[in-house]
Design a protein around this ligand. Sequence first.
Ligand SMILES: [Zn+2]
Length: 137
Amino acid sequence: MTSGLPQLSPQLCQQLLAAARESHPREACGLLTCGADRELAWVQVQNRAMEDLEFEMAAEDIVRALGGAEWIGTWHSHPHGDWHPSPADESAAFEESLCLILGLGVERPSIGLWRRRDGVFELLERKDLPQARATDA
Ligand SMILES: [Zn+2]
């Protein structure tokens, strides 16, 4: 790794956005992984939370989704919120792990890529997403 910081490629953002919209109005969630090429990648994991605006992943789902890839963090959507971590997100995150949040409930949907270090969330990158309605229904 050169910089050590994963980059949010436009393609990755598009894919996550599509997955998040598909789960709407529930939160979508999954894992961030690092492949052999050191590229940031993602997998979706079933959200087993009872509430729409929470996410919960089962251990067996996580193990299956990872399939041997290196786990480096989690991602989830905020259907009615922005790209900042909620207090629950902050307390649930593991030290040194990445936390990617898609905020869809604001005028300009955005992705925030955070890392928890020494108990504090630091923002690594923020990307604006394309507007929700490309076509009129
Ligand atoms: Zn959250």
